[in-house]
Design a protein. Structure first.
Length: 148
């Protein structure tokens, strides 16, 4: 094997993931190549340091604040979804009289009726989405104090 191919196997060798043939090739190469020996030693030292590290357990207060935050964000998202659906329904009911004659007219082709309904529903959804986005970003506008 070439030097670069062996170099790629050094980390796997350290983790014990190589088969017998690959292990023998890496060990032979390590005995001859100072560069790979140095890389192996550095990886070995890094692994030792990582094995000695321990994660700090968060306090009970931090966990409570975290879960409270998750609950609040989830609750708000559900609230926005419900509000959006309600607004879409109300606007749809308000728009119905405007397209009622077109929909109830038996002479109007079915495809035109479906197209108008889909177009109207899409327009209402986009309108509500833009309205919600504007309300959301207006509260979080970072540059509202900057003069133009």
């Amino acid at each position: 094997m070439k030097h670069q191919e062996i170099k790629k196997l050094v980390s796997s060798y350290l983790d014990g993931l190589l088969n017998d043939k690959q292990t023998e090739l890496v060990e032979n190469h390590l005995s001859e190549c100072r560069e790979c020996q140095q890389e192996f030693e550095e990886l070995n030292q890094l692994e030792e340091v990582l094995n000695q590290m321990k994660l700090k357990k968060p306090s009970k207060d931090i966990w409570e604040a975290y879960w409270s935050s998750v609950y609040n964000r989830l609750e708000r998202k559900i609230g926005w979804v419900v509000l959006s659906i309600g607004l879409i329904i109300l606007i749809g009911i308000g728009a119905y009289p405007a397209i009622k004659d077109l929909i109830l007219n038996p002479e109007t082709p079915l495809i035109l009726k479906i197209g108008v309904l889909i177009f109207g529903a899409g327009g209402i959804i986009v309108f509500v989405s833009i309205l919600r986005e504007q309300l959301f970003f207006r509260k979080r506008e970072r540059y509202k104090e900057v003069e133009k």
